[in-house]
Design a protein around this ligand. Structure first.
Ligand SMILES: [Mg+2]
Length: 307
């Protein structure tokens, strides 16, 4: 029997590059005996809604778009009891989730991978009543991420994007926070926080010295304390660039649950998109919640089971 696929795409993502690839992509799926239903999004929330409403009727839910579309589709899938297999054809600029799973940037190749890749049971992040696939963050870095217009992101590419974020680190107002994780509690003024479940964040491989697993039920978290003088700022930048993360100003840990209470309202981003403003955050790593097609070499790298 033909496998049923819901294909959800954002026509505006990236450089609208899907326009002349759509027919090739659908052909790849049809040749592999998929019966494809196509849904084109026209605004924020569309992808999540259609997947939550109709996803149960399909064996596969495949999406094409940027990080935001992927986030919505994953959030939609989380609302289903029997989750279909998820596939991803990236079309945006900063696709950290895709690169962690070694999903090709060339759309036709990514479509082919949906057909013959390995299925990986990936962890998902819960953030209050929302979800994220690979990063929740606030501060210097994240504000650049979602305040930068799409055309700029396309033009700058991800390296410039991260460099831009670092330059603004001194302009950012610190937040006084109490952070509770599995192994302890920390209270301080922080300028930046990143809770992630992927090998890279905005193209930056912060943890190159460590093996990141995306199915170990734990997040990696970096919180940067407010640098009190230029020397401390230099220490933070050196630690980030050398990827040693050993500066006193950097709080780094792994944890399944992370609860944060801040004195003021903090604006968060989830997978690089606006995540809302809140002073209380409860994050939980939901182990192996998303079955996603990835490259078999990525499977080796990011799965605990391959060890
Ligand atoms: Mg992990």
């Amino acid at each position: 029997m033909a496998k049923r696929m819901l294909f959800v795409y954002n026509p505006m993502a990236g450089k609208e590059q899907i326009h002349n690839k759509l027919s090739d992509i659908i052909q790849i799926f049809c040749k592999a005996d998929f019966e494809v239903t196509i849904f084109s999004t026209s605004g924020k929330g569309d992808a999540e809604e259609i997947v939550a409403k109709k996803g149960n009727n399909y064996d596969y839910v495949v999406c094409s778009g940027g990080d935001g579309t992927m986030n919505e589709v994953a959030a939609g899938l989380m609302q289903l009891e029997n989750r279909p297999v998820c596939g991803y054809i990236p079309a945006g600029t900063v696709n950290d989730f895709a690169s962690s799973l070694k999903i090709p940037k060339i759309m036709k190749r990514a479509a082919q991978l949906v057909v013959d890749g390995s299925i990986f049971e990936c962890d998902m992040g819960k953030f209050n009543n929302k979800y994220f696939t690979y990063v929740a963050g606030f501060g210097a870095f994240t504000e650049v991420s979602y305040q930068t217009p799409q055309e700029w992101k396309n033009a700058l590419g991800k390296m410039a994007y991260f460099g831009e974020a670092l330059k603004h680190i001194t302009d950012i107002k610190p937040h006084h926070m109490t952070i509770k994780c599995d192994d302890g509690m920390y209270e301080d003024d922080f300028v930046l926080g990143l809770v992630s479940n992927s090998v890279s964040v905005a193209g930056y491989k912060a943890y190159s010295k460590k093996n990141i697993k995306m199915d170990d039920g734990k997040f990696e978290a970096i919180f940067i304390r407010n640098p009190r003088n230029p020397i401390e700022l230099q220490q933070v930048l050196n630690a980030l660039l050398s990827k040693e993360l050993d500066a006193e100003q950097i709080l780094y840990f792994c944890s399944k649950n992370i609860n944060i209470i801040s004195e003021d309202e903090v604006s968060w981003t989830l997978d690089g998109e606006d995540g809302g403003i809140c002073s209380k955050v409860e994050m939980e790593n939901i182990n192996k919640a998303l079955s996603i097609v990835c490259d078999s070499s990525a499977y080796e790298a990011v799965s605990c089971r391959s060890e």
